[in-house]
Every structure is written in C-alpha cells, then in structure tokens.
Design a protein around this ligand. Structure first.
Ligand code: COA
Length: 156
C-alpha cells in the first residue's frame, strides 16, 4: 500500500487565469486529483472527496512551470483518509522549486453500493508523521467548531 503520491507535469497555456498565471481552480483540481490517486492507492477502493480545508495559496504557478503535487496520508479513520497536499513549482530552465499551495483534504472510501467502507489503518512511524497526525486531529476538532458556526447558514 502506498501512502503518498507525486504528480509531475508542466502548467499548460490552457490553465491560464485572467492574470496570466495558473488558475486557482486548476490548482485545486490538481490537488483533488493527487488526493484521489493517494486515497485509491491506499484503500484500493473508489473514493470521494468529503472535505477540502485550509487551502492556502502562497505563490502563483506560472504557465510553463514544472509542477509537483505531493499528497500524503496523515491520518485514517474508519472510512476516511486525511491527507496533506503540497504543490511545488519551478521554472524548468533554472531555479529552486517553491511551495505554492498547501491544503488538507479528507477522502472517504466507498463500497460497490456507494456506502462508506473501512480502509486500512495508517500508523505514523517518524516524528514528522506523528506531528502530522496530531495536526490532522487538531483540524478535525477545529472543523467541528466551524461546522457548528456554518450550520444556520447552510440551508438559507
Ligand atoms: C462521502 C459520503 C458518502 C459520506 O456519507 P456520510 O453519510 O457523511 O457518511 P458517514 O457519516 O458514515 O461518514 C463517513 C466518513 O466521512 C467523514 N466525514 C463526514 N463528514 C465530514 C466532514 N464534513 N469533514 C470530514 N470528514 C467527514 C466521517 O467522519 C466518516 O469518517 P470515518 O468513517 O473515518 O469515521 C457523502 O457525504 C457523499 O456522498 N458526499 C459527496 C461526495 C462527493 O460527491 N464529492 C465530490 C466529488 S468526488
């Protein structure tokens, strides 16, 4: 079972936004695709995104940049897989890769009937992985409070 995935490709002219950089929605699509590949590789099931949170765009991605989208599992529940995704970009002719975006996603594995199904448990082994698991769990707590705040506004 693989707990991480890296997608690598060039940002294409068709990804451009009105300011000449890669569109934020396109970056979000890349993040979702890397998360999906990681979730499916871990669970061996069809998976859906149930939550996207904490997305932060630090720097733009330029058209023609070499892009790396790295997704890794940072916690698992019964049917859920929590993952951190980082996007890096660099000019392929030169230069250092810069981290452009960070995001945390939750995917849920589904069975053939479309119901949530159990996934293998991910256990952290390094100090960094233990810190990331604590980070994922802290975000679950924070999300509960955010969802309480949002509840009255969801069906307006
Ligand atoms: C994913 C889906 C089947 C889950 O259904 P559900 O009735 O919420 O199922 P459950 O309550 O049993 O929750 C299943 C898991 O989702 C997690 N979950 C539910 N709501 C969540 C939220 N807001 N944030 C994070 N995780 C959440 C639960 O914690 C649970 O995880 P666990 O099994 O590890 O404890 C349903 O929400 C769905 O179909 N959503 C749409 C998915 C979609 O279309 N995504 C976009 C395109 S891929």
């Amino acid at each position: 079972m693989r707990s991480s995935v890296c997608l690598r490709f060039l940002a294409e002219p068709s990804d451009v936004n009105f300011g000449g950089k890669a569109h934020g929605g396109t970056v979000m699509k890349w993040i979702d695709q890397a998360g999906y590949a990681c979730a499916v590789g871990w669970s061996h099931c069809y998976c859906v995104t149930v939550y996207v949170g904490g997305i932060r765009f630090f720097h733009p991605v330029h058209i023609g940049d070499l892009v790396e989208v790295k997704a890794r599992i940072i916690d698992t529940g019964t049917s859920s897989m929590h993952m951190a995704v980082d996007v890096y970009a660099r000019d392929p002719k030169q230069g250092e890769a810069r981290k452009t975006t960070h995001c945390v996603l939750v995917f849920v594995a589904l069975d053939e009937e479309g119901s949530p199904t159990a996934v293998p448990t991910w256990e952290p082994s390094t100090e960094t992985e233990k810190e990331e698991q604590a980070y994922a769990r802290k975000l679950v707590e924070l999300r509960q409070s955010i969802e309480e705040t949002m509840k009255p506004f969801l069906n307006r």
